[in-house]
Design a protein around this ligand. Sequence first.
Ligand code: BG6
Length: 465
Amino acid sequence: MSKYTFPKTFFWGTASSGPQTEGRFDGDGKGDSIWDYWYAKEPERFFNQVGPDKASYNYKLFKEDVQLMKATGHNSFRTSIQWSRLIPNGVGEVNPEAVTFYNNYIDELITNGIEPFINLYHFDMPMFLQEKGGWLNRETVDAYVTFAKTCFELFGDRVKYWFTHNEPIVPVEGGYLYDFHYPNEKNFKHAVQVGFNETLASALAIKAYHETQDGKIGIILNLTPSYPRDENNPEDVKAAQIADVFFNRSFLDPAIYGTFPKELIAIVKELDIVPKHTKTDLEIIKKNTIDLLGINYYQPRRIKVKENHAEANPQNPMPEDYFDNYDMPGKKMNPYRGWEIYEKGIYDIMINVRDNYGNIPCYISENGMGVEGEERYVNANGQIEDDYRIEFIKDHLRYLHQAIQEGANCLGYHMWTCMDNWSWTNAYKNRYGLIAVDLDKKGKRTIKKSGYFFKTLADKNGFED
Ligand code: BG6
């Protein structure tokens, strides 16, 4: 029998976000985000045409939710403050209803012994700012910093773990390269500018935080280890390194070292798409780096040297002009999400952070498995028996444990997610929660088998098998 015990004070919990859980209700004063706008405009882009309007009713049910977090072993929990809820136009008036809501939610967590981790930006640009260009516009950076400072002033006395962004590469990919977020552009130049402005905004928020507050501030990145098709083929290896630069190091290097990878700088110069910036911007990014790294891990990236040149269009360059994705035979898949499951990836990320990023304090901020049609696993007592999710957790934790044994500075493990929630254009197709949400019964909650497993896991600070 093997025993996996995690460090004392390990963070056990889950992550979620405001736009995916809260919902919108009469009198709440929330303004439109890009998601409210896009859903109203093109509901057919969303699975079963379900939008973000009710989400998981967390705005109404947060007290019950905190009790369920306790019942499932949470000692910590992440959500995000919706910018368009706190400041409905993105700039200007603060919404008093939002202040009351977030104060009550944060207090409820703390009273119940759950450390709140708060993220500032989770893909949810206020529509008023998007109309003026969103992250393409330098004024959005200033508006974001004001939003961040407002959050620190209002909630910083109780919240001691802050994050500037969740997965900042995703708005770049979704909104400006691959058409899965509004504004649905395919424009590499814009993509690069958006990424740069997000990085600058993050550094400025970190600066403001360190000047006035005494907790920790970091960023949450979805790291996708980039594996070459053939480790012995230098061309495959080089292609995998370029993919790593685009999708991981583009945010990881500035977050930790305050600089951009030289390979990325060379490519944007070659393509003549260097983002608009000043010398002062670069100094700000250099000086204001993170205290703590959140790592979301779902899937690796398999890469081979560019073989298919036919699709490259010099008028419209794309990252894929520099590599091909490799469809590795025999890989283990989550068929519902279409993502490969590769448990050892979590270990490889940890060792990379240990060896190449100064072993900065980090934690797994998301890991999870979205499954469609979980109703078929309901037992006679109405509980979803999601043994596949329990196996998924254990399979990843064994590798995480090994990395910690080998010196990785990992402070915790958060699952995606607590309650089943609204997954952007996938809406409620794939369920990720430790707790089921019945949308036909106004969000009625039922703890899944994995929720009880997680409680035992957290109580014992590990597991045996
Ligand atoms: C992460 C995000 O990418 O993965 C979440 O931080 C998201 O917002 C989660 O919901 C699962 O991905 P998806 O696309 O299936 O919702």
